[in-house]
Every structure is written in structure tokens, then in C-alpha cells.
Ligand binder design. Structure first.
Ligand code: MG
Length: 334
């Protein structure tokens, strides 16, 4: 394969299901599927390449890494299960089923798993003894649409999106009427009360703070329902969001779904549903410039950072999970 040969990528991009586990066909260091668009993209590790670490899912989402246990958990939404991959030997097993069609996952400041459940239309926390605590399932007495993605701030506040893809039909939940607008919420850790922090999204989806928590990035996947396909950014003022503006908008006719920020404040987001050559992950500098891409053979829904040294990118992409070692280390949110 030639460097930056999108034609070559298309050959395997449309043949994703037949790929085995391990490094992708044609792997050669440095991996030409990791595309440097700007010198600020310093994350590419020269002697590393994309690996497919697990496959056989229907719609992989919500990756979250546990350094203490050395494993990755993610959701397989249509199959109503959550999966776990062990980093030491690559073993994959079912972590939880039924999962109530869980979608996004993260960890709170105490390290507990916090999850967005489509079918039961609620947020849950998995306690350290395995008990499940319901954090919220309604707002003002009306059922949530179905939380999609989630992030926990350093003060313990839980910020989440509620677009309602789980009530669109039976595949990722069950068909039901929406009782609420597609809001972004903040769940206060002390009172347990939720407030609407953004109400002008068509379909709010992925959500992540900048490392200093002064900014909040939120994806709008409204293109699935006649709306926009972009990432917005807000200034965080305590429990409120202000100064909302578009951060990145060059996704249509495809879209991004999930995102995370790295220690430098770069925004890593998933990409898919358009040209197969664009499937994968994009990296944006804090000023909104796209500085790098990771090309995958399948549409990518979400990603997280992990690994013992926090230098490993995990990507849930359609039927598979992919991993890539990066030239970085440091504090990155679960
Ligand atoms: Mg999502």
C-alpha cells in the first residue's frame, strides 16, 4: 500500500468482516493508516500499527478502560450485552447480559462504572461490590429518552446526553414515544437532582471535557433526524454552560458519534457513515484544526484512552474493537 493511498484503504474498508484479529493486512511501520495532517499531531508512534483486538459484535459502543483490572469494557448494543477484553492475554468474554442495551460508559472519580442504558432509559452506577444503583430514570416525572453518552467531572457531577436512539425501534432498545426533548443534563452529585444544561440539540451524543474542565464538547448527530452533523463546544461555568458554538463541522454526509480529549486538549472523535476512506477517528487541535486521522476498515462509533501507561487508543467500530499505541502519556479521562 502506498502512503496515504485511500484507494488501497477502500479495498479492505469494504471487506472489514473478513479481517482476522491482530494487525491489519499490509501493516508496515510507520502505519500509513495513521495520517498526520499537521505537525501538532505528535501522537503517531513510529513502530506501532492498528490492531483489531476483538470482533463479532453488532454495534460496538461505549469503551471504557480499567487500569486497575487491566481490561476494557464496551457495549454491544443490539446484542444486549457488555463485553470485556483482558489486556494481558486478549481474552474476550461477556461482562453483563442483559445489559438493557447499554450504550455509553465511563468511570466516576471513585473508579466505579457508570453506564447509559437505552432499554431501561436510565443511568446506572455499578458499585464496587457489583450492586447496581439507578442514578436517574426521569426528569420532572417524565421518562428519559434513553441516555447515550456520559462524562463525570472532577466534582462528581455527571453530565450526559439523552438523544433517544434507544426508543427509535427494537434494534437498540424498544420503540416508545419521547416524553422529553433531546437534552443535555447535569446530575448534581450532592442533591441527586438533574438540570438541563443544553436544550438546543437535535440529537446530542458524545460528550467530553477539556482537561481543565473549562470547556465541554458535545456532538450533535442530528443528521440522522434532519439536523446538523457537528461538534459544539461550550464554556463551563460551574453547573451551567455558556457561549455555545460550533467546534468542528466537516462531517456530513457522515457523522461523528463519540469523542474524548487527550492530555494536551486535543479532541479525538469517531467518524463514519460516509466515504469508507473516512471511517475511523479524527484528531482536532483545541483551536478546531483537524491535525490527524486514524483510518479504520469500519465506521467508528466511539473511543477511549487506556493502557497501563495511558498511551493506548481503543476504538469501538461497528463489528470490532481496534487498538493503537500512541506516542503520548499522561492524564486522560476514562
Ligand atoms: Mg454515542
Amino acid at each position: 500500500m502506498h502512503e496515504h493511498s485511500h484507494g488501497g484503504m477502500n479495498d479492505w474498508a469494504t471487506d472489514g468482516l473478513r479481517l482476522p484479529l491482530g494487525h491489519l493486512p499490509g501493516t508496515r511501520y510507520p502505519d500509513s493508516r495513521v495520517e498526520v495532517l499537521d505537525k501538532r499531531f505528535t501522537a503517531r508512534q513510529g513502530n506501532a500499527a492498528i490492531e483489531r483486538i476483538a470482533t463479532g459484535f453488532r454495534w460496538a459502543e461505549g469503551p471504557v478502560y480499567f487500569a486497575d483490572g487491566g481490561y476494557l469494557i464496551w457495549s454491544d448494543i443490539p446484542n444486549n450485552r457488555m463485553m470485556r477484553w483482558l489486556e494481558d492475554d486478549g481474552h474476550v468474554s461477556v461482562f453483563r447480559t442483559p445489559s438493557n442495551h447499554t450504550n455509553g460508559n465511563t468511570r466516576d472519580r471513585e473508579g466505579r462504572l457508570v453506564s447509559c442504558e437505552h432499554d431501561s432509559r436510565r443511568l446506572t452506577r455499578t458499585e464496587l461490590d457489583g450492586e447496581i444503583t439507578v442514578l436517574i430514570d426521569n426528569f420532572s416525572g417524565k421518562a428519559l429518552n434513553g441516555p447515550n453518552d456520559i462524562v463525570v467531572a472532577s466534582d462528581g457531577a455527571i453530565w450526559f446526553t439523552d438523544p433517544g436512539y434507544g426508543i427509535d425501534g427494537p434494534y437498540e432498545g424498544h420503540a416508545a414515544p419521547a416524553e422529553l426533548p433531546c437534552n443535555v443534563y447535569r446530575l448534581d452529585p450532592n442533591s441527586g437532582n438533574a438540570t438541563v444544561v443544553a436544550s438546543d440539540f437535535t440529537r446530542p451524543n458524545g460528550i467530553s471535557f477539556s482537561p481543565d474542565e473549562r470547556r465541554l464538547y458535545v456532538v450533535d448527530t442530528g443528521i440522522t433526524h434532519g439536523g446538523p452533523s457537528h461538534i459544539r463546544v461550550f464554556d463551563v461555568n460551574g453547573a451551567r454552560l455558556t457561549n455555545g458554538r460550533v467546534f468542528a463541522e466537516d462531517f456530513a454526509p457522515g457523522m461523528t458519534d463519540g469523542l474524548r480529549t487527550d492530555a494536551k486538549g486535543n479532541v479525538w472523535c469517531s467518524m463514519g457513515w460516509s466515504d469508507p476512506a473516512e471511517d475511523g477517528v479524527r484528531c482536532y487541535a483545541p483551536d478546531g484544526d483537524m491535525i490527524g486521522k486514524v483510518h479504520l476498515p469500519e465506521a467508528c462509533a466511539n473511543l477511549c484512552f487506556g493502557g497501563k501507561k495511558r498511551n493506548r487508543l481503543f476504538m469501538t467500530a461497528s463489528t470490532s474493537v481496534y487498538s493503537l499505541y500512541l506516542n503520548m502519556s499522561g492524564a486522560m479521562r476514562p
